[in-house]
Design a protein around this ligand. Structure first.
Ligand SMILES: *[C@@H]1O[C@H](CO)[C@@H](O)[C@H](O)[C@H]1NC(C)=O
Ligand SMILES: *[C@@H]1O[C@H](CO)[C@@H](O)[C@H](O)[C@H]1NC(C)=O
Length: 436
């Protein structure tokens, strides 16, 4: 433990100081005994004063208590030291006054609704790989949407307050950003309203959480007004209404499930941010700066029904810091949390769930045109198929008719033969029998 190094260093320093100040001791043994004595004394005093030995235990104890505060200063300093330079921790204004019980309530209910039935008809579908060699396409080693597409980050980081709405904020942010990405002039500074989802989407649970994936169905069906039309109100009573022109709404086209680092990067690079579920750990809540890797002691947080808590973030880019590859994510815990509300999270730790990324396509004019083109091509293909089938059927019918005609012909030839034979042998009989 880092805490134990300090007294040792102090003792060594003290030893040095004393050794320098006094005449060098001739007897090495005496020197050693003296040094050890100083070390033991300082260590004992230090341990007694700080209860250093019991620190880990006390940390686990206060985290087990629902009443303990997220911003507990001992916990914060522990996290910084446990992360060993990867990231620093700090109390954030967002969690001011929050206990762990508040976390279970205030961040509850965010899930991936379709995860259990991926690929089934009507359920969450996997994103289709692009035709032009997805695996081979190169992406830059670092990417930050704020720099690549200035004004496309969908405005300032939200403060979701005591309202579990990360699912709505992340979706609205990604959709806004994607419109801007597609046409940075027309859609500059686009910021669509997550409050509309919180207040109006009956299939989500408002401030009680919602589906990171299923919320996109609302964005497709109803579209979103700009933030200015339906401002964020969080848990404050907000009616589902807007005086804005419906023409101001922007829609999603569709959504799907994506996985894999390379695919995620490619998708962001080509079309803009994606939404990621993040498993909620106690040390992440006090993340301040650096690249977040969960500490060994990190504790997963749970909701009221015992489910592991998830929070939704928007991936805005990636990069590498001192050899550690990371995702750049935009959170919704206010600007005072993390790096101005953003975080850098190590890729591949399992905290940010790279296997369950949600891509929500924007219904941009180009995307709609392309969809129309695809539909038209599909229709045309169907028509052609129909025509081909009709032609084939006609050919078959023709051939059948021909065969039938040939059959009749050969039959009549045969008949003629028979007739001929008949003529020879049973001519008179048949004539007798057939005549009415
Ligand atoms: C620091 O981050 C690296 C990269 O994710 C990881 O391998 C290492 O275990 C981390 N150190 C600590 C103390 O968490
Ligand atoms: C959040 O709201 C709930 C329900 O009103 C309340 O019990 C809880 O104390 C609130 N949490 C905070 C941090 O204000």
């Amino acid at each position: 433990m880092a805490a134990k190094k300090d007294p040792a260093a102090e003792a060594a320093a003290a030893m040095n100081r004393r050794a320098k100040g006094k005449k060098p001791m001739k007897d090495f043994k005496k020197y050693l005994v003296y040094g050890l004595g100083v070390f033991a004394t300082i260590a004992a005093v230090w341990l007694a004063a700080t209860d250093g030995g019991g620190k880990k235990k006390s940390r686990d104890t206060y985290r087990a208590k629902a009443t303990a505060s997220v911003n507990d200063r001992y916990f914060v300093s522990d996290v910084t030291s446990y992360s060993a330079g990867n990231f620093t921790a700090a109390a954030s204004p967002f969690f001011n006054g929050w206990s762990y019980a508040d976390v279970s309530y205030g961040l509850d209910g965010v899930s991936i609704k379709g995860e259990g039935m991926i690929g089934f008809a009507g359920a969450l579908q996997r994103c289709q790989d692009e035709a032009e060699g997805l695996e081979s396409g190169a992406v830059p080693p670092a990417y930050d949407l704020r720099q690549q597409k200035p004004g496309c980050e969908a405005g300032e980081v939200y403060d979701q307050q005591n309202c579990s709405s990360s699912y709505a904020i992340a979706a609205a942010t990604a959709l806004s950003s994607r419109f801007c990405f597609s046409d940075p002039e027309t859609y500059a500074e686009t910021r669509l309203s997550p409050q509309q989802v919180i207040s109006c989407d009956k299939k989500s649970q408002g401030c009680g959480g919602g589906g990171i994936d299923s919320v996109w169905s609302y964005l497709k069906r109803r579209g979103l007004f700009p933030e200015s039309c339906v401002p964020f109100a969080g848990a404050k009573e907000a009616k589902c209404e807007s005086s804005c022109d419906a023409a101001k709404k922007l829609y999603s086209l569709d959504h799907c499930l994506l996985s894999g680092e390379k695919r995620i990067k490619r998708e962001i690079f080509n079309r803009g941010p994606v939404v990621a579920p993040v498993l909620l750990k106690d040390d992440f809540m006090v993340y301040k700066s650096g690249v977040y890797t969960p500490t060994d002691n990190a504790n997963q947080q749970y909701g009221a029904n015992g489910e592991p808590l998830l929070t939704a973030v928007t991936i805005m880019g990636w990069g590498r810091s001192e050899g550690t590859p990371y995702w750049l994510v935009k959170n919704s815990w206010g600007k005072g949390w993390g790096e101005d509300g953003y975080a850098r999270m190590t890729i591949g730790t399992g905290v940010l769930r790279e296997e369950s990324i949600i891509v929500g396509y924007a219904a941009t004019p180009e995307a709609l045109e392309e969809l129309a083109r695809k539909k038209e091509a599909e229709e045309k293909r169907k028509e052609e198929l129909k025509k081909e089938r009709a032609e084939r059927d006609a050919r078959i019918r023709e051939r059948e008719a021909q065969r039938a005609a040939e059959a009749t012909e050969s039959a009549s030839e045969a008949e003629e033969d028979l007739d001929f034979e008949d003529d020879e042998e049973v001519d008179t009989d048949s004539h007798e029998g057939d005549d009415p």
